[in-house]
Design a protein around this ligand. Structure first.
Ligand SMILES: [Cu+2]
Length: 343
């Protein structure tokens, strides 16, 4: 009975999930990604850095789609050009007082969401301003030499131009493919590539959620989990949505080390399109399970206003940051929430 009262009290004061328990008590010594030797409990990383050098706003990232610089070929094909710069010296305050050495595409983790329509010519001007070798490897269909695996791009300003036809329709990750791959990925060199069908999907409030983990003490286990990098962000800053409006989420699992992740939605079910390659959903569910780089499109709408949790039903992950809230309202402005497809 006492236990029930304690649990009820916890819920009543909003402790839906407790904040992160202390990551590790035991001090360990590591060689950091930047080559420094540090001793840390996992709470403070790279103490040589005293300040964050990276600004990242998960709310802005959520609905930020980069359609590139658009032009046309003589045959009418749309060309979309993007410049992507890799860096590996940034530091991000991922949680209060927790500094993490991140590797970035265009200065953020994840990198920009690149978006094109099936059949467009995508051209990526890639510049490696990092201190290590990096590449961009896109999931999708393209020539071998555009795969970003064997064409290593040197540090200190190395360049490569990736060019391919956008396809297939769906949501795909892109990431660095230089060894040690796990390290380059877990430190942030990834992003999302959306290929829209020529016949557009129905209008919706569209969002991107990259499910990621952060190994802040370099022991090949994640200390934090998140949707879009910052643990607990969308719990403390609920995502505002309209009732009776279609919500479309492009979800990509980039968690390393842990074999699976999942996505549970409260008070609702969603239609799920694995990899987004089909226009007919494969399931209507409130739970999907995703392995490394598995991804898909979720569609749903809320009938009733209110606060709804979404989180990993792998409770360890939600207790370490992968949890958020949708705040559904009846009268939210429709402005700026519907995708314009950049056309
Ligand atoms: Cu790399």
């Amino acid at each position: 009975m006492v236990l029930i009262l304690i649990v009820m009290f916890g819920i009543s004061v909003g402790l839906v999930f407790p904040t992160l328990s202390e990551a590790q008590k035991e001090q360990k010594t590591f060689v950091t990604h930047s080559g420094g030797v540090i001793t840390t409990s996992g709470e403070v990383i790279d103490p040589v850095y005293s300040d964050s050098t990276m600004e990242f706003d998960p709310m802005e990232y959520l609905r930020d789609f980069n359609y590139g610089k658009i032009s046309k070929l003589p045959d009418g094909t749309t060309v979309r050009e993007f410049t992507i710069i890799a860096e590996d010296d940034k530091v991000m305050e991922v949680s209060p007082g927790v500094f993490y050495n991140v590797l970035t595409f265009n200065g953020t983790v994840p990198g920009p969401t690149i978006r094109a329509t099936e059949g467009d010519l995508v051209r990526i001007y890639f510049i490696n301003n990092g201190s290590k070798e990096h590449t961009m490897h896109f999931h999708g269909i393209h020539p071998a030499e555009m795969d970003g695996v064997f064409e290593i791009v040197g540090s200190g300003g190395g360049r490569f131009t990736y060019e391919f036809e956008a396809g297939p329709v769906g949501v795909h990750p892109y990431h660095c493919h230089v060894m040690p791959l796990e390290e380059h990925i877990v430190h942030g060199l990834y992003g999302v590539f959306i290929v829209d069908p020529k016949e557009k999907r129905p209008p919706a409030d569209e969002m991107v959620m990259v499910l990621n983990g952060l190994d802040t003490d370099f022991d090949t286990e994640n200390n934090f989990y998140a949707a879009n990098t910052i643990p607990f962000y969308y719990q403390h800053h609920p995502i505002q949505i309209n009732t009776n409006q279609l919500i479309r989420i492009y979800v990509v699992n980039m968690v390393e080390f842990d074999p699976i992740n999942n996505f549970h939605l409260h008070g609702n079910l969603y239609h799920y399109y694995p990899t987004g390659t089909d226009t007919v959903p494969s399931s209507y569910t409130d739970m999907i399970t995703l392995s490394q780089t598995e991804r898909g499109i979720m569609e749903f709408e809320y009938t009733y206003p209110g606060k709804y949790l979404f989180h990993a039903h792998k409770v360890e992950f939600s207790e370490k940051g992968w949890v958020g809230i949708f705040l559904a309202r009846d009268n939210l402005s429709q402005e700026s929430v519907e995708a314009d497809y950049g056309t």
